[in-house]
Design a protein around this ligand. Structure first.
Ligand code: CP
Length: 342
């Protein structure tokens, strides 16, 4: 994609397809979606459209927020969840599955455990496909909602994304959200990356090279050290489902816990705490302690709310209705206190 009209009818497979003006366009459309997400009004702009929501790997927020976003635009959602519930389990190819399901839908969101699978599926699809996560490779819509959250959090302090210092912590090898977010941040100026992980779970070298080649500052360490002057602390989960064995994953579980005491020791009082979720709250992991729940800098649930806005924006842009949403407004008839919650 190389201009603002290029969203319409196109797949969203990787953050690499976006430039800064396009990202700004996504964020501007997302801002316009807030009254609908708050249920102040509704729109029927996608009345009659069908989303095929295909999740061949577990998901709570990506799957449900894709569906919610489509419903909020007036469209309908058809779900397929789990590999064993689809003909993929009988040996059908991704290409054939795409040819078939794209005949039933106007747009498809898809998650699959293999890197590159969503792009392969898209080659057979007759409608736009949005990548909801393909193995350890990418999670472009999560990266967009993370960046949108960073922009909003920074704006409240009168700052922008340029000049940001972000600390990424945990499983940076298999964590697709940090891969996509790092690539997006490379489009901005003077970003300082501090990457904290066991050496075995380090950020892939090609992404480190991309960061360095773009002229950003890169620090790599395997422990929390001293006072990190980071603006954002981005914690991640050990992606146990991508390890060769459970025993291997267990070696790293609980290695980088964050609680209020550790936060106070290593971060600034204004450092925003992010996590793509789910956080692993089992006692042996507890990577983001509940004692941070009342910390006003904990942005994890602002991220999940922002995910609906960003996914609404991507649907509207991809289906070419981004400038028509309010033409199909309807009033809300029921009591809603969502405005008090977001
Ligand atoms: N962040 C994220 O992808 O969450 P889910 O696995 O619940 O979709």
């Amino acid at each position: 994609m190389n201009d603002l009209t290029a969203f319409t009818g196109n797949h969203v497979l990787s953050v690499a397809q976006f430039d800064r003006p396009q990202i700004e366009r996504v964020f501007s459309v997302a801002d316009n979606m807030l009254p609908y997400a708050l249920r102040e009004k509704r729109t029927q702009v996608l009345d009659g459209a069908i989303l095929g929501n295909l999740f061949f790997e577990p998901s709570t927020r990506t799957r449900v927020s894709f569906g919610t976003a489509f419903n909020l635009l007036g469209g309908e959602v058809r779900e397929t969840t789990g590999m064993s519930n689809s003909a993929l389990a009988k040996g059908e190819s991704l290409y054939d599955t795409a040819r078939v399901l794209s005949g039933y839908s106007d747009i498809i969101a898809m998650r699959h455990p293999q890197a590159g699978s969503v792009a392969e599926f898209a080659t057979g699809s007759r409608v736009p496909v949005i990548n909801g996560g393909d193995g350890a490779n990418e999670h472009p819509t999560q990266a967009l909602l993370d960046l949108y959250t960073i922009e909003k959090e920074r704006k409240s302090n009168g700052e922008g994304i340029d000049g940001l210092h972000i600390a990424m912590i945990g499983d940076l090898k298999y964590g697709r959200t940090v891969h996509s977010l790092s690539k997006l941040l490379c489009l901005y100026k003077n970003i300082h990356f501090t990457l904290i992980s066991p050496a075995e779970l380090a950020m892939p070298s090609e992404i480190c090279d991309m960061i360095s080649d773009a002229g950003h500052q890169l620090n790599i360490t395997d422990q929390f050290e001293g006072s990190l002057q980071a603006d954002i602390c981005y914690q991640t989960r050990i992606q146990e489902e991508r390890f060769p064995s459970q025993e291997e994953a267990n070696k790293y579980r609980g290695k980088f816990r964050l609680n209020q005491q550790i936060y106070t020791k290593h971060f600034q009082s204004k450092t925003v705490i992010m996590h793509p979720l789910p956080r692993d709250s089992r006692v042996e992991a507890n990577e983001l302690d509940n004692d941070l729940n009342l910390n006003p800098n904990l942005a994890i649930f602002r991220q999940t709310d922002n995910g609906v806005l960003v996914r609404m924006a991507l649907f509207a842009l991809t289906l070419g209705v981004d400038n028509k949403v309010s033409d199909f407004d309807r009033p809300v008839h029921w009591f809603s206190n969502k405005g008090q919650n977001i």
